[in-house]
Design a protein around this ligand. Structure first.
Ligand code: C2E
Ligand code: MG
Ligand code: MG
Ligand code: MG
Length: 281
């Protein structure tokens, strides 16, 4: 259905990852009323334990945009445009509220992870917005995980740390996403305690192809995280060989196509009824 709605322009918008100036202008125009016209929805990708029976510990909420003109546009393409246009604050706040609402229908041990852009994190009332979302939905703080990237330490480093600290004191969990791809200083890890470091998919892919550098980096990250009492999640595990490799490295959690692609909310909920049925059986 969405393919037909997307029409001819659909393909040109999916193929190139980064939008050029003209594309960005057009995307920005379309993004301006995307929220009001309900063009967004969330998909959820399971995060599972690396060992044992690979039980689901949480889901990451991933934003999807279906535009009547362009069809499905990848977040890699529209998130940067939304950030530049300062639309990421209202959009990101919608994601937060929707994810908390959805998580209330899951078993109470299951967490929900929400990606937060630096401009959203450092926007004036972000902490209040989070508190309000938890209050209105009834989701306990410890079930909400906020994912930020190292880029938050590049700009307004002090402010970001302050805000993360306030969130942490509220009991919210913090994850450092795409670790290893951004700002290379590790000093900030002594200023803010993350619950989880997410090892970027590029290292998992590289390591599985035998790249010595990627293997060394994953080993070093896991050793450092262990020493700091931070959990690790390996991103982008796509097959059994990568699973075996990641288990050998000692990562705690896994997220990747091998255990589940991002899925619509109903499919995520169906996963739980399966789990509950099999654990009763
Ligand atoms: P991310 O937060 O690192 O999310 C993981 C991305 O990796 C997702 O791409 C997911 O579909 C993809 N992925 C997961 N497992 C595999 C795998 O095994 N193989 C491959 N090839 N890919 C895998 P997606 O959904 O396209 O999102 C891309 C990025 O867009 C996210 O990266 C995140 O940085 C950003 N994003 C998505 N939703 C939001 C949002 O609500 N707010 C903000 N600020 N950013 C978001
Ligand atoms: Mg993420
Ligand atoms: Mg990531
Ligand atoms: Mg990533």
């Amino acid at each position: 259905r969405s393919k037909e709605e997307g029409g001819n322009t659909h393909h040109s918008y999916q193929h190139k990852l980064h939008a050029n100036a003209e594309e960005r202008r057009v995307l920005e125009f379309e993004l301006r009323n995307a929220l009001e016209s309900n063009q967004f929805h969330l998909e959820y990708q399971p995060v599972v334990e690396a060992n044992g029976d690979h039980g689901v510990v949480g889901f990451e909420a991933l934003l999807r945009w279906n535009n009547p003109k362009f069809g499905n546009v990848s977040p890699a393409k529209f998130i940067p445009v939304a950030e530049d246009a300062r639309l990421i604050v209202p959009i990101g706040n919608w994601v937060l509220r929707q994810a908390c609402t959805d998580a209330m229908n899951w078993p109470s041990s299951i967490k929900v992870a929400v990606n937060v852009s630096v401009d959203q994190l450092t926007s004036p009332s972000f902490v209040e917005t989070v508190v309000q979302a938890l209050h209105d939905t009834g989701l306990p703080a410890w079930r909400l995980e906020l994912e930020v990237t190292e880029s938050i330490f590049v700009r307004d480093g002090g402010l970001a740390v302050q805000i993360l600290d306030r969130l942490r004191k509220l009991g919210i969990k913090l994850s450092l996403d795409d670790f290893g791809t951004g700002y290379s200083s590790l000093g900030y890890l002594s200023n803010i305690r993350f619950d989880t470091i997410k090892v970027d998919r590029s290292f998992v892919t590289g390591a599985s192809k035998g790249k010595a550098e990627c293997i060394a980096i994953i080993r070093a990250v896991v050793a450092m995280a262990d020493a700091l009492d931070i959990a690790t999640t390996a991103e982008g595990v796509e097959n059994e060989a990568e699973l075996a490799m990641i288990q050998q490295f000692g990562c705690d959690k896994i997220q990747g196509y091998y255990f589940g692609r991002p899925m619509v909310i109903n499919d995520a909920c169906a996963l739980f009824s399966d789990i509950q049925r099999s654990s009763v059986a």
